[in-house]
Design a protein around this ligand. Structure first.
Ligand SMILES: Nc1nc2c(c(=O)[nH]1)N[C@H]1C(S)=C(S)[C@@H](COP(=O)(O)O)O[C@H]1N2
Ligand SMILES: [Mo]
Length: 548
């Protein structure tokens, strides 16, 4: 009996491998074209951005809780991990009927193109080109590789390779071998049993090529970044600079969070999978809506206005008790109140909405910009232009409000409207319309184990707008003891504190609570971040053990 075409089919996993390789080549070409075409968006990034916009708030909560600030990396990894079995299935499908496999790739590409079109910045048509290129490359690779496997000779060679491995005691791919697929006739002697290895080697070369092309594409995408534009910015300096911080604001205790958070370690939270790249040439800040005189400001216009500095601690509403989604910087910028006065705000406009170049929105009460706090259109952070991750070229900083209702980065528009007429990005996702930062405190040291004796228990406490009045520490069930406060740098920043603890051997529970100048003391009850910020006492357990 001669083996039928079916009986000589290459093992399924080779077809799955073909599918995965085709997907890899397609995605690599997508990255390359995204780097070559201005305004082009990588299909993976576009789909990731769409996922971020579509998932429920609970999932965002979960992602931040589990992955912290690696949430975006985790998302891309997740997309790729899902793609591997899908691509493998497409390869197997293509082995049955090529059109089915090709159709599946086209459908995936269409998803990427759609995602790219819906969250494109600027030239919308160009955004989809990388997805189209990825489909073309993916289908061509699938066709070419499937064709290699279709020659009856090669098919037999591959099948034979599999059967030989199965007969080998150390075979690892036993499960991939189906006895009925083994040809009954011995293959022609001219065929080399290592041909399957040749195929795998070709596959490895293809995979390595895909990685290389992806790296090149990512490099090209990064080159089109705003790094050069930012480097060209010279901050003219604040017209009314703040004096240097008093030395007493930072207690200098090892392990204690520094009073000023360096830009490089400042927490980053946003919905932007790829950081928006804004060139200051061509950038405009529009102030419009319920105003008498709409305005359009260039970066130079902002720099030419009166610039002020403010020390402000900003915080994310997703920050858990004891969490690190909070940071303090010396911001420089234009007072929002000055710009609003010039724009002649309609008194009925009770909400100010900041809109970013990529469509994110955050809204807060107009009163927060006019009640005397240093609400800024910020262009500087700790003496530098805003880092790209933190909103270059301009963002809003509104002391006392969580970031999601106030701190719009990559700012493009300031719209005067009403709370009835508009909801910011996170509001329909279950978060409160208004979100003042809650009084909180955190223990930074000690963490883990210490030696007995005098030990500094230290941390930070914050109550932006109100100021910190008192911080207390409790050891086990002992009475609350008052901590020593570092000097304050105004009411809008966190404040360091330290408590000298005489640590006795054993395991001890330390808790902290702060009281703000409004007289409110943090309560013990634990409250989740959603819908308007976490509550509760930060608690750590410390093992006090005699050292060596
Ligand atoms: N354009 C834009 N601005 C944004 C966000 C965003 O998703 N997009 N997130 C906000 C949130 S939720 C927070 S907590 C702060 C974080 O600012 P940072 O990344 O500079 O620390 O930015 C705010 N501004
Ligand atoms: Mo946030």
């Amino acid at each position: 009996m001669t083996p039928s075409a079916d009986s000589a089919r290459a093992p399924w996993w080779i077809h799955a491998l073909v599918g995965v390789l085709s997907a890899a080549v397609g995605l690599a070409v997508g990255e390359l074209v995204a780097g070559l075409v201005g305004g082009g968006r990588s299909p993976v990034i576009a789909i990731g951005d769409a996922v971020i916009d579509l998932v429920p708030a609970a999932v965002k909560e979960f992602a931040i809780a589990v992955f912290g600030q690696a949430d975006k990396l985790a998302l891309v990894a997740g997309i790729l991990v899902l793609l591997v079995p899908l691509a493998g299935f497409i390869g197997v499908l293509a082995a049955r009927r090529f059109e089915l496999g090709a159709g599946a790739i086209v459908a995936l590409g269409a998803l990427g193109a759609l995602a790219a079109l819906t969250n494109a910045q600027g030239a919308p048509a160009a955004a989809a080109i990388p997805s189209v290129a990825a489909v073309a490359a993916g289908v061509l690779t699938l066709h070419w590789l499937t064709g290699r496997l279709e020659g009856p000779a090669l098919r037999r060679r591959l099948a034979r390779g599999a059967s030989e491995e199965a007969n080998h005691p150390e075979a690892v791919h036993q499960e991939a071998v189906h006895d009925e697929t083994v040809p009954e006739q011995p293959p022609p002697v001219t065929l080399h049993p290592l041909d399957r290895r040749t195929f795998l080697r070709a596959g490895a070369v293809l995979a390595a090529g895909a990685v290389g092309v992806t790296v090149a594409g990512r490099w090209l995408q990064a080159r089109a970044s705003a790094v050069a534009s930012r480097a060209a910015v010279v901050l003219s300096g604040a017209v009314a600079p703040l004096p240097p911080l008093p030395a007493g604001t930072d207690l200098g205790i090892p392990g204690l969070t520094p009073f000023v958070t360096p830009n490089a370690s400042f927490y980053r939270i946003d919905t932007a999978l790829s950081v928006p790249q804004v060139d200051v040439d061509g950038w405009r800040l529009r102030v419009f809506g319920m105003v008498g005189r709409p305005m359009e400001l260039t970066f130079a216009d902002l720099q030419a206005r009166e610039l002020v500095e403010a020390d402000v601690t900003i915080a994310c509403v997703s920050n858990e008790v004891g969490g690190d989604l909070i940071g303090n910087a010396r911001w420089m910028g234009v007072r929002l109140a000055d710009v609003l006065a010039e724009a002649e705000v309609d008194p009925r406009a009770d909400q100010i909405v900041g809109r970013s170049v990529d469509g994110f929105t955050a809204g807060f009460p107009t009163a927060a910009a006019l009640d005397g706090r240093e609400a800024l259109i910020a262009i500087g952070m700790n003496g530098e232009p805003l880092p790209l991750d933190h909103g270059f070229p301009a963002r809003l900083i509104i002391p006392g409000l969580y970031g999601y209702v106030s701190a719009t980065k990559w700012l493009a528009e300031i719209e005067l409207t009403t709370f009835d007429a508009f909801n910011g990005y996170w509001i329909p996702r279950g978060w409160s319309k208004e979100a003042p930062i809650k009084t909180q405190s955190r223990i930074d040291v000690p963490r883990g184990a210490v030696s007995p004796g005098r030990t500094a228990v230290a941390g930070v406490a914050w109550a932006q707008g109100r100021g910190i009045e008192r911080v207390e520490v409790q050891v086990d069930e002992e009475p609350w003891a008052e901590a020593r406060l570092a000097e304050a740098a105004g009411d809008d920043t966190w404040r360091q504190w330290v408590y000298e603890w005489n640590a006795e051997p054993g395991s001890h529970r330390l808790r902290v609570r702060a009281t703000d100048r409004a007289g409110d003391t943090q309560g013990e009850r634990r409250v989740q971040p959603i819908p308007n910020g976490a509550e509760g006492w930060h608690t750590v357990v410390v093992d006090v053990t005699p050292g060596p």
